[in-house]
Design a protein around this ligand. Structure first.
Ligand code: AHG
Ligand code: MN
Ligand code: MN
Length: 337
């Protein structure tokens, strides 16, 4: 039997080959992966584990929290605060940053996460996930504050997500391509299933919440109208549509077989840049997608170039197959082209 490669072995070998995964980062990734394993167990228990339904609280963004949003957040905090690899954490589900308590050593990394992505799918047994992003604490100032987190996505040291679907799969980049690991429940370990994941540059599949069509800006409407026109339209080919309403699941499909994902700005809340969060959703996914040969923009610029102003900042997102993202971004930049 061919020997399988575990996440630990993958990280150790990366560290040896390139020396660019410092020990603290390796530990961080393993701890996050372990936390995802725990979340996966809760997700799988569902009603039997009393984890479905709402928690009866709201997060800082005014969204109703599900029990699993809160549980997953706690699992990630507890798992990560004592290892000495982190200075602080920030989460979609917490108003402000969580600084590592003084009783533990402080590390050099900052961890950001969307503990449970796709909350509306929890109770209906559809794929959900955890998304994470890792930054270095730059500068030598004592203590850590929200400002330390406000770094553009291009400064991420690592990013990943775990999808809790028919299989539980961890997708990871440390800036050296994208690798996928599936949880082997009998062994209790993450096993490498694919290295050097590549997103095809062309696609015939788009993902967008079509119910918002009347609220979109003209460039997005034009792009989708052209896809819908199919073979007889300007694109000269038929397109297929998918929308899981869990970003992890939509991005995972795109990493597997290509496609474009969009959650653009729309007129419902014109003052918000978009629905998705820059620091917990857009940046980590943009890093993964770019590392897999895809592209990620907000219609105007590369997502990872955006200088964040606030921790919970929202952003318009278009990502996936390079030629399609380039096209819709072009429609924003020169609307008549
Ligand atoms: P979250 O559950 O973390 O709040 O994220 C949900 C996000 C994203 O996963 C998904 O693509 C999008 O919201 C779905 O939004 P709609 O329900 O508006 O389609
Ligand atoms: Mn989310
Ligand atoms: Mn979430």
């Amino acid at each position: 039997m061919a020997s399988s490669i575990s996440l630990t072995r993958y990280l150790v070998e990366k560290q040896r080959q390139h020396g660019h995964i410092p020990a603290q980062l390796r530990l961080l990734i393993e701890v996050v992966a372990r936390a995802c394993k725990r979340i996966s167990i809760s997700v799988n228990k569902g009603a039997l584990g009393d984890v479905l339904g709402t928690a009866g609280s709201e997060n800082v963004q005014g969204e109703v929290q599900k029990k699993l949003d809160v549980i997953s957040n706690e699992v990630l905090i507890e798992a990560n605060e004592w290892g000495g690899h982190l200075a602080a954490m920030a989460s979609e589900e917490m108003d402000s940053i969580h600084v590592v308590p003084h009783r533990y050593p402080q590390g050099e990394y900052l961890l950001l996460f969307d503990p449970l992505d796709g909350s509306s799918n929890i109770d209906v047994n559809v794929s959900i996930g955890t998304i994470f992003s890792v930054l270095r604490k730059v500068g030598h100032s004592r203590g850590v504050s929200e400002e330390d987190f406000l770094q553009p996505g291009k400064q991420q040291a690592a990013a990943g997500y775990c999808i809790y679907g028919p299989q539980t799969t961890l997708v990871l980049t440390v800036g050296d391509g994208v690798a996928m690991f599936t949880l082997d429940r009998e062994q209790g370990s993450w096993t490498l299933i694919q290295e050097d994941v590549q997103i095809p540059h062309d696609t015939k599949e788009f993902a967008i919440n079509m119910s918002n069509v009347r609220h979109w800006a003209p460039p997005v409407k034009r792009y989708i109208d052209e896809c819908l026109a199919g073979k007889e339209g300007p694109r000269g080919k038929d397109f297929n549509m998918r929308w899981v309403a869990s970003m992890v699941a939509d991005v995972h499909r795109i990493l597997t077989r290509g496609g474009i994902f969009m959650y653009p700005w729309d007129k419902r809340e014109p003052d918000k840049a978009g629905k998705l969060r820059l620091m917990y959703e857009a940046n980590p996914m943009a890093f993964i997608v770019e590392q897999a040969g895809g592209m990620a923009t907000n219609g105007q610029q590369r997502i990872m170039d955006i200088q964040p102003e606030k921790l919970h900042q929202r952003v318009s997102v278009m990502l996936g197959s390079k030629n399609e993202v380039e096209r819709v971004t072009g429609y924003h930049q020169s609307p008549t082209a």
